[in-house]
Design a protein around this ligand. Structure first.
Ligand code: CAO
Length: 415
C-alpha cells in the first residue's frame, strides 16, 4: 500500500527531541527522511541517558525511527557542496538548531531559494521574534514560558512542569502540520516557504483554555469550577487548579482500593451533569438526585469538595479497573491512573500499534511508541532508527557521488 507522503524527501537537520519528533512523523507518513549528523558524535541524544554502554540510547532510538542517517561536516567547504546537492534534491529542510546556527552555516533563506525555490524550510525555535528570539530553549523552559507551569500544580505549591513533553513533542507536532500544509500549498503555487513553530507559542496553544480563564477571571473575579471556590481566594492571574477538570464538567482524582501501597491506585472521576442520577445511585446517595443542594450543576459547584469526598468513599472500595468497569456501565466518564508499567503491557495499545516492539542490531528488542495517528490508506510500519552514518554511502551515491569521491570525502573527514 502507498503512503501519504511517499515521494517527499526531507533533509533532516534536527537533533534532541522537538525536531526529531516532527521528522519521525513525516517518516511514518512515508517521507524519505535523511538525517544529517556530525561524524563521530552524531545527535547528542545517541549518547545521553544510555542504559547499555556503547549502544544508541532509547532517547535516540525512540525519536528517530524510519529515518536514514548520513554523516557530514557542514562547516567544511566540501561538506557544504554535498549539502547544496541535498538541498537541490529534497522537498523540505527541517532544523531545530539554536537561533542563527543555520545562517552561520551559510544556509540562509536566500541561499536555499536560489538552489531550490520549491523547498520548504521548517524550524523549531524556543521563542518567536521578540526579546527572547536569540535564546536557546529546552522542554521545561518552554513549559514555563508558555503558561503551562504557572497553571499546573496545587494552589499551595510551586509551579509544576508536566511529564508530557508538550514543549518538545508538542512543538514537533505543530511543525509537522505546518510542513504538510506548506506542501499542500506548494501544489498550487509551486513555491516553498518558511515554516516556524516556536516552542513557547506551541505550549501556549496547548494552554489555550488557561488564557480563556484569565479573561473570565478578569471579568468576574471568580471561577466556580476552580478549587479556590467557594472558600479560597483568587488573585489577578489564573491560579493552579490541582486536578480540577478545568472544563464545564467538574472532575477529580480519587483514591481507589490499595492506594496506601500503590502510588497509582487512583481514578479520574468526572461528575458529568448528564449522568448525575447514575452517579448518585452508584455511590448510594439516591437522595441527592432531587435534593436542591445537589440536583443542578450550579448548586453542586458550591459543594464539590464534599461531593468528591463522598464519591471517593465509594471508589476506595474498588480497585481502579473494577471502578472503571462499573462506572462505564453507567456511561460515567472516568479513567484509571495508569503507570508506564501498565501502559507498556496494554493489549489494546499493542494491538493498535501505538506500543510497538522494535528490533535493533546493537540494542536488541526494545519497546517504543508507534504512530499515534492512524490512517486507513497510509499504514505505519515502525522500523528501527539508523546507526550513525549508516546510509552515508547510499545517499551520496544516489546524489551522483562515485566510490572515489566517497573515499576522498572520507579521507578529508567531510563524511
Ligand atoms: N556539521 C558541522 N557543524 C554542525 C553540524 C554538522 N553536521 N550540525 C550542527 N553543527 C553545529 C551548528 O552549526 C552549531 O554551530 P555554531 O554554534 O558554531 O553555529 C553547533 O553545531 C551547535 O548547534 P546548537 O547551538 O543548535 O546546539 P547546542 O547543543 O548548543 O544547543 C539546543 C542545543 C537544543 C539548546 C539548541 O539547538 C536550541 O535552542 N534549539 C532550538 C530550540 C529547540 O529545538 N529546543 C528543543 C531541544 S529538545 O529539548
Amino acid at each position: 500500500m502507498s503512503k501519504a507522503l511517499e515521494g517527499v524527501r526531507v533533509l533532516d537537520f534536527t537533533h534532541v527531541q522537538s525536531g526529531p519528533t516532527c521528522t519521525q512523523l513525516l517518516a511514518w507518513f512515508g517521507a524519505d527522511v535523511i538525517k544529517v549528523e556530525r561524524a563521530g558524535e552524531g545527535d547528542a541524544t545517541r549518547g545521553q541517558l544510555r542504559d547499555i554502554p556503547g549502544v544508541d540510547s532509547l532517547y535516540f532510538t525512540m525519536l528517530n525511527h524510519n529515518k536514514r542517517s548520513i554523516t557530514l561536516d557542514t562547516k567544511k567547504a566540501k561538506g557544504r557542496e554535498v549539502l547544496d546537492s541535498l538541498i537541490k534534491s529534497c522537498d523540505v529542510l527541517v532544523e531545530n538548531f539554536a537561533p542563527g546556527a543555520l545562517d552561520r552555516m551559510g544556509i540562509t533563506w536566500a541561499h536555499v531559494q536560489k538552489l531550490n525555490p520549491r523547498m520548504i524550510v521548517a524550524s523549531v525555535k524556543g521563542f518567536g521574534p521578540g526579546k527572547y528570539a536569540e535564546c536557546k530553549v529546552y522542554e521545561n523552559v518552554a513549559q514555563c514560558a508558555g503558561g503551562a507551569a504557572s497553571t499546573t500544580g496545587f494552589e499551595d505549591g510551586p509551579p509544576l512542569v508536566t511529564g508530557a513533553q508538550i514543549g518538545d513533542s508538542g512543538t514537533g507536532l505543530h511543525l509537522a502540520l505546518g510542513i504538510v500544509a506548506a506542501l499542500y500549498q506548494r501544489e498550487r503555487t509551486g513555491r516553498g516557504q518558511k515554516v516556524l513553530a516556536p516552542m513557547q507559542d506551541a505550549v501556549l496553544n496547548l494552554c489555550r483554555v488557561k488564557l480563556r480563564d484569565q479573561q473570565r477571571l478578569e471579568r468576574s473575579g471568580v471561577m466556580h469550577e476552580y478549587p479556590q471556590y467557594p472558600d479560597g481566594q483568587f488573585g489577578d492571574a489564573v491560579p493552579r487548579a490541582g486536578n480540577a477538570s478545568g472544563g464545564g464538567q467538574p472532575g477529580a482524582i480519587l483514591k481507589c482500593k490499595g492506594w496506601e501501597a500503590d502510588p497509582n491506585a487512583y481514578i479520574y472521576f468526572i461528575t458529568q451533569a448528564a449522568v448525575w442520577p447514575a452517579i448518585c445511585r452508584v455511590i448510594g446517595e439516591e437522595g441527592w438526585v432531587d435534593d436542591a443542594a445537589y440536583a443542578t450543576p450550579a448548586a453542586r459547584l458550591l459543594h464539590l469538595k464534599p461531593i468528591f469526598a463522598r464519591i471517593e468513599k465509594w471508589t476506595m472500595t474498588q480497585d481502579k479497573f473494577a471502578a472503571m468497569d462499573i462506572l462505564n456501565e453507567h456511561d460515567i466518564p472516568c479513567g484509571p491512573i495508569l503507570s508506564m508499567k501498565e501502559i507498556a503491557a496494554d493489549a489494546s495499545l499493542r494491538e493498535s500499534g501505538t506500543i510497538v516492539e522494535v528490533d535493533h542490531p546493537t540494542r536488541g528488542r526494545y519497546l517504543s511508541v508507534g504512530n499515534p495517528i492512524k490512517m486507513s490508506d497510509s499504514p505505519t510500519e515502525v522500523t528501527r532508527s539508523p546507526l550513525l552514518g549508516e546510509h552515508t554511502d547510499e545517499v551520496l551515491q544516489q546524489l551522483g557521488y562515485s566510490s572515489e569521491d566517497l573515499a576522498t570525502l572520507r579521507a578529508e573527514k567531510v563524511i
